[in-house]
Design a binder for this molecule. Structure first.
Ligand code: FES
Length: 161
């Protein structure tokens, strides 16, 4: 029987032990690595239909504020966002839902019944009741949320980046 001149018994056993140790390391290590990085792969869904109350609870013709929070989990990072909207319902129950975020630099607008306008306090921007820019630096009208009514409840489509 011919023997390999370069591989001694001790070398062969060391090679087998190294190989077996590597396999055992992988078998034990992969689940541990998976456990450690799994939160980073756990990203919550970034869009949802959020209920904002009964449609009947909103007065006709007056933008009415509604606020809620949304929690987003992105890996180990957990973020709670406060979202404010204005719901404008007309006499035919057609609904428009405006973001309260000014389209200039992101300050919050408020609705003023006396002037019938949304006003942003940061740079004195004015938006009409339909969200259009009346004056000031905003480059576009107030953003709107998609909405729908189900069983009398108003829902808005919130997309979080
Ligand atoms: S942020 Fe609203 S006008 Fe500048």
């Amino acid at each position: 029987m011919a023997r390999s001149p370069n591989l001694s018994r001790r070398g062969f056993i060391m090679s087998v032990m190294t190989f077996a140790g590597s396999i055992m390391g992988i078998v034990v290590g992969l689940p541990v690595i998976g456990f450690l990085i799994s939160p980073a792969l756990n990203v919550t869904k970034s869009d949802a239909w959020v209920p904002v109350g009964k449609l009947d609870s909103y007065p006709v013709g007056v933008p009415t504020p509604f606020s809620f929070t949304r929690t987003k989990v992105n890996g180990w990072e957990k973020t709670v966002n406060s979202i404010s909207v204005f719901v404008l319902r007309d006499a035919t129950d057609k609904v428009r839902v405006f973001s309260s975020v000014c389209t200039h630099l992101g300050c919050r607008v408020t609705f003023h019944k006396d002037s019938n306008e949304f006003i942003c306090p940061c740079h004195d921007a004015h938006f009409n009741k339909d969200g259009g820019v009346v004056s000031g630096p905003p480059p576009r009208p107030l953003d709107q949320y998609e909405s729908k009514v189900e069983n009398g409840a108003l829902l808005i489509h919130v997309i979080q980046s």
